[in-house]
Design a protein around this ligand. Structure first.
Ligand SMILES: [Zn+2]
Length: 222
């Protein structure tokens, strides 16, 4: 893992160093390897960048689009309101969620088990040459787990560049449907009701997210 991390961009290496536990670190490494060169342009904005974005016309335009969706939803579903967290998710927040999330822990442990089996093969020497590291990276990129992590790898969430929003259905102060169980969203009909409002009100959203399935998550394309 350390040999492979040396090939990452500095910001990814730094983020990996702040991930707790071998399993979660390995899962993060897989995400960075899969993202490849594209990762740099998707990297979470700095606090300064977030602050200046929040004063920009782009941010005001995003809020106006969200407001259109909210009004559409609320007129179609009397008594209910749509709440949206419009805050850009910083790298710090993405890291702390990654370090706590159960699905990340489960997928990470599974991946770690597979990686140990892979590295136990006699063809992997104790001191890996560059070609061994590359072979391990190929394995890791392609390795799948039955547990699906419900978070993007730290630094690479579209919430980190205000390119995604999560919707929540409320009735007064009561949370009716939040980012938790896709099954509940489907059975209670909110998946379709939110989709209908988003589609009717705006052309700037794409979604909901299919993999992992998150009926509340829409990508924003300004
Ligand atoms: Zn989301």
């Amino acid at each position: 893992m350390s040999a492979s991390a040396l090939n990452l961009a500095p910001e990814q290496r730094e983020a990996m160093g702040r991930v707790e536990g071998e399993a979660r670190r390995l899962l993060a490494l897989r995400g960075y390897l899969r993202a490849g060169r594209e990762a740099a342009s998707r990297w979470a904005w700095s606090r300064e960048r977030i602050e200046s974005y929040e004063k920009s016309p782009e941010y005001a335009a995003a809020l106006a689009e969200i407001d259109k969706v909210r009004r559409e939803f609320e007129s179609a579903n009397p008594g209910y309101t749509l709440r949206v967290n419009t805050q850009v998710r910083s790298l710090d927040e993405q890291l702390s969620k990654w370090n706590e999330n159960d699905s990340v822990g489960r997928a990470g442990e599974e991946l770690l088990g597979r990686a140990r089996e892979q590295l136990a093969a006699p063809s992997y020497p104790d001191a890996p040459a560059a070609s061994d590291v590359q072979r391990f990276e190929r394995f890791l990129r392609g390795a799948t787990t039955s547990a699906t992590p419900t978070l993007a790898v730290p630094g690479l969430s579209p919430h980190g560049q205000s390119r995604a929003f999560d919707f929540q259905v409320m009735r007064g102060t009561q949370l009716i449907a939040g980012p938790s169980s896709p099954g509940e969203w489907d059975s209670s009909g909110w998946t379709e009701k939110v989709r209908a409002a988003v589609t009717r009100a705006s052309t700037k959203f794409a979604g909901p997210l299919a993999s992992p399935r998150e009926p509340w998550h829409y990508d924003y394309r300004p």
